[in-house]
Design a protein around this ligand. Sequence first.
Ligand code: NAD
Length: 486
Amino acid sequence: MQAQDLKPYWKNYINGKFVDGGAGRLDVDNPGNGLKLAEQALANANDVDQAVAAARDCYDSHVLADMRPVERGRLVKKIGDYLLDNIDEISSVLCLEAGKPYWEAYEEIANSARYFEYYGNQAETLEGRSIPLGKNYYDFTVYEPRGVSAQIIPWNYPMEMTARGLAAALTTANAVVIKTPELDPLTHYYYAKAVEYAGLPDGAVNIICGIGHDAGAALAAHPGVDQIVFTGSVPTGIAIARAAAQNIVPCILELGGKSAAIVHADANIDNLIESVRWGIYYNAGQVCSAMSRMIVHDDIHDQVVERVVSLAKSLTVSPGIEQREAGLNMGAMISEKQRDRAERLVAEARSNGAKIATGGHRLNNNGYFLEPTVLTGIQRNMNIAQTEIFGPVLSVMKYSKDQDAIDIANHSDYGLVGGVFTQDIDKAMQMARQVRSGQIFVNEWYAGGVETPFGGYKKSGYGREKGREALMNYVQTKNIAIRIQH
Ligand code: NAD
């Protein structure tokens, strides 16, 4: 599918119907060439009210909660089936609106489907426990859904971030309102189609696109919402946490990162380079858990920099729709604004003493491209070492003593993930203990999957998504105590 084949207008989805938005329409661009792709219905606060009311009605009907869990799990899995059955078309739309290579979009849709398989399979495994209270009582716990789950989604992995929360929320019988990202909302249309295909009741899943400070804020503050799931930036996370506090509802915050790989002198360099390829150049570095800092032992610093620079130079950078096969290629950044910001941060680092080993500039075309970039000579306090760039920019730092490497890695407001590259398992384990982040990769950046819990320490947020842990965010525990007469 090419840009000209896309339908010109994409609607929101409330209570089982495709609807216009009270705030009109929004233009969606193709980051690969800067041209308008299509228009998206834009929700206002009134649409938010309707979506929350539809979700509330569905939840109050108990239709999902009353089902035998295995049946509910089958419905959830059918959403994933629909994504896989239509993966070519969905990947094309995602690739065009998000700027990522087609094969990366394809992987995102396959990974999204995987969440519905993983959580759907667990629908019948959530069991309470019985608590002994002595001869006169029977006591047991049950897990009940929270109610209406509001999910606010970022643009970097729009389909996968929605899959993560939606699959867990439906598996546990919640009803959901999704606020899609303004920059690449179109692909969410296929979730509405998937929900219809699966046969979910009206109102179980409502999908609206709206401006963050308008429809997003209205959703976060809505008194009809029982839980907020947010993935995005720290400032918005703070606003969401405030709104949640006002209504005394829990929220899960998955925020940013400035994650570091510590590279020991004995690291396997080939493995490391493979990890760098994924760690900072996948999705053009627009990944919350990107390897944006690399802390390399003095002894191998120059050798590693040489290899990383040659990797960066080997990447072909072009519109995602031209990149069908997985390989050494990279797409556009999401917007002109994001690209310009990353380029500016690199220029600022250079004026503060960093060396641009390669890259650092936009491409000379109309798309939102930045060259794969490697910076050296970075000191821990520099802005480039502290600020999340959210682009294909790797900052390389040096260390000589192990404790310094750990201190540098921890010298960040964030704590999402971290990595250690060494062939010494003792060293790896010591570092894994001391680095303050929610996940540690040893010898492979992004090792893990939908099965492994994910979330941040410090300003990277709180709560965990993915894995078994995440399911517990979507339920509340009820205790039932029974007095027995003898
Ligand atoms: P953002 O915070 O600007 O927007 C995220 C979402 O929040 C969007 O849907 C937006 O419309 C909405 N929003 C904005 N203002 C709002 C408000 N006042 N009230 C309610 N909703 C509002 O973030 P972004 O630029 O879309 O995404 C990039 C950020 O997300 C990065 O910092 C990145 O690290 C983070 N991120 C984190 C994870 C994770 O799992 N930890 C995953 C992806 C992205």
